[in-house]
Design a protein around this ligand. Structure first.
Ligand code: SF4
Length: 227
């Protein structure tokens, strides 16, 4: 089974303060209209796990970490055992996830298979299904709860904003939710960048989010990207 869509051999941007490669898993159970990787979420993989392992063997001692991304990496049923192999080779593991599989997240955390987690926070509950096309937002809420409460490993939460989809009040609702869950790390709010998207109806934003209207929470930082 070719579970991997692509592999980026080197990055210094995806895992804070670490050199890494990125493994892009094919397939995703969300359909965000601003998805930058439409072929990756609907297309088939081009590489199997053994090929990825062979590549990683050439990078031991040269890279600090492996980023498991996609698509949605947790869609790959053998992700935990793959992460274990990666850890046994001496790499740290970062997971990028949409939070749709809290049981995978929980299991991998309990097994000490993750060193860093980046969770996408797509929308408040009233817009969640509409924006990402995922019909079980309660699963995301479970992941959000896990990530906000962990003190075990570094985490980040991030939201991409296109103002046809989210406005200042939505972001305030999401900040309040993070506050209520006692989130203590950084919340990244990322301005949408026009690129090839899944939904060709999504046009360039007429206005960007007014970041002066975004409240500053007491217990965590907000960093704005691309504004
Ligand atoms: S979660 Fe959304 S943005 Fe991320 S890969 Fe899936 S469809 Fe694309």
């Amino acid at each position: 089974m070719k579970a991997i869509y692509d592999l980026t051999p080197f990055t210094m941007l995806d895992y804070p303060d670490h050199t890494a490669c990125i493994i892009w898993f094919a397939g995703c159970n969300f359909r965000c209209p601003y998805c930058h990787n439409p072929e990756m979420i609907t297309g088939k993989g081009t590489m199997d796990i053994n090929e990825a392992i062979s590549f990683l063997k050439t990078r031991t001692g040269k890279l600090d970490a492996v980023v498991l991304s996609g698509g949605e990496a947790t869609s790959y049923p053998e992700l935990a055992s793959f992460a274990k192999q990666v850890k046994n080779m001496g790499f740290k593991v970062k997971l990028d996830t949409n939070g749709s599989r809290p049981e995978v997240l929980n299991f991998m955390m309990q097994e000490n298979l993750l060193d860093y987690i980046a969770l996408d926070y797509k929308a408040p509950p009233n817009k969640f299904k509409k924006i990402c096309g995922f019909k079980r937002p309660a699963l995301f809420e479970e992941s959000l709860d896990i990530i906000c409460k962990t003190t075990q490993i570094p985490v980040e939460i991030r939201t991409t904003v296109h103002t046809d989809l989210l406005d200042e009040n939505d972001i305030k609702t999401m900040i309040n939710k993070l506050d209520s869950l006692n989130y203590k790390n950084t919340y990244y709010i990322q301005n949408y960048r026009e690129t090839e998207t899944l939904d060709s109806e999504l046009k360039e934003q007429i206005k960007t989010l007014d970041i002066t209207k975004i409240p500053k929470p007491d217990n965590f930082n907000i960093l704005f990207r691309n504004f």
